[in-house]
Design a protein around this ligand. Sequence first.
Ligand SMILES: Cc1cc2nc3c(=O)[nH]c(=O)nc-3n(C[C@H](O)[C@H](O)[C@H](O)COP(=O)(O)OP(=O)(O)OC[C@H]3O[C@@H](n4cnc5c(N)ncnc54)[C@H](O)[C@@H]3O)c2cc1C
Length: 581
Amino acid sequence: MQINIFLVYVLIHFDVHGSRLEYSYAARHDIPICSLAQRSASNTHLQESYDVIVIGAGAAGSIVSTKLATALDMKILLVEAGIQTGSNDNENITDPALWLNVVHNDTLEWHFTTVAQTALNNRTINLGFAKGTGGSAMHNAMGYVRGGQRWMDAWEMNEGVVNWNSETVIPYFDAVEEILRVVYPANDTQGLVDAIFQAARTAGFPYNPSYNHGPDMLGMANFVMSINDVGTNMTQQAKSMYNRVTSYQKYLQALQPANLQLVTGLQVIGFNFTNDPLPTVDHVELYSEEYQCKHSVAVEKELILSAGTINTPKLLQLSGIGNATYLKSLGIEVVKDLPGVGINLRDDVVVNLVYTTDFVEIESPPASFLSAVLFAVDNSTTQQVPYVDGTGSLTNIEMLFSTGNMIGNSWPSDWQNSLVLSPNIQQCKSTGTVKIENLNPLIAPAIDPAYLSVESDFDRVINSILLSRKLLSQPSFAKWNFREVLPGANYQTRDELIEWIRGNATTGFHYIGTCKMGTDPLAVVNPTDMKVWGVERLRIIDASVAPSSFSANTQSLVYAVAARAADLIVAEYRQKQKLHD
Ligand SMILES: Cc1cc2nc3c(=O)[nH]c(=O)nc-3n(C[C@H](O)[C@H](O)[C@H](O)COP(=O)(O)OP(=O)(O)OC[C@H]3O[C@@H](n4cnc5c(N)ncnc54)[C@H](O)[C@@H]3O)c2cc1C
């Protein structure tokens, strides 16, 4: 009888990304608890309880768990759903020039896809999201951009993110960089990077010797990357002299605190509460795909969500925290009505502009992108080349440069000998949502970034294309005789460019904002201690807490937020201890 009931709940479905047959369950409550035999066979050595449980060994979780473990005498569990990366990693993970190979890898990815995007001809967009220790730092392009001091101050001034400003955050950028030792990759040897620098100068942009230090970032600079220059990756595919550097390697692997236990291959599927009198987290449920059963582990002091911008709101919703009306419509018992969970999803938008040449053989870049980046300010709503004087505005176009023969690119072979300009459009006004659509914890939520749903975001993409054309028309590129193949000569007017953008714009991979810090009714996290408003023993520390878009790639911000948040928690426990003594 028990077996029959169990079978009723086991649904068979086809993976949306292929024809792979998978077993899943209607809801997390239906998943059976692992038997003693399964528990010992899984060899995770899970204990009954931990003081602190951190979910996600990604960019943030690696820093938070290691810093807490080294500072506090507590038993800490770090749970990672993906694989453990380490000393015998394949070169795709270690060599930053091969990042696109990981993004396209089946086992190292969550395979998130957006819902159809109205402004992009109803296309769905594949969102990279790495599954394994290191998180998305395991496969990202490693661009390292702080974003200037002004956005940090804007968070406090405009978003109510109390005590998060350039004064409090910059020391944490400094501290993390000291440990990661980010570097400028060498210029290429063909003069292509030199030509880009000259073109920016003749187009009116200043040279910016150090964009990560200073109030704003306007100008042309060498691209700083979160890689080191002692790489030995002389692979057959690429000739990178660099290794990628992640917070997982430099914090967790380097320090390996004895009171920190890492388990991999277990996916957190939700958590349970007592009412004390506020909802208080007391157990976490961990799903073993291998054994198709779940472990339940007690939380003595607190649970920290570092599962990233998509899975953190998903886990909250599955556990009863979110918009009460919506949760009830799915049949979920509401633990805390927090309407801000899963809204305010923000991302940058990218278009890839391809210029081919028959005159010079272009080599692939030494790391992922070339060592050149141009930060521009575009405040116009008309079709004109972006504004280039420094008036203190936040930069909002980050022009990246690579080549068409970068490993993993999928251009037709006759486009591969090319220079690719990829404007990363920042400070976008469009916002979207992450929502679970049913109770099954093993199914991805509906992700709707609503790309380019605000008209002014379109204008910025148009102006970035005009900027690329202006750069490519500068005399320093004369000897290459570049030919524009994307968008191409047929796309000139605003309407024509909009048509092309609808068919080609894609993600900037910089998802943030779905559990924002703040003090307004839509805020999810209290900025003074990272606790979820109205819930005990639950904090969030990852990219989801960023309240608004800023002028940077997101990894450096996540590192600084994680390092500062960990210190806030340590200070809180030390204070409690002092009062107790
Ligand atoms: C393809 C790509 C390229 C990028 N390039 C750059 C770049 O060049 N520069 C830059 O600054 N930023 C870049 N980024 C962004 C940057 O990597 C992210 O902002 C950053 O990694 C986010 O950190 P996080 O800790 O919030 O999430 P992540 O680093 O993604 O970590 C989340 C972790 O949680 C785990 N997890 C999730 N759900 C569960 C669960 N239920 N149970 C257990 N574990 C779970 C995940 O497997 C993952 O390991 C890129 C991102 C992508 C996807």
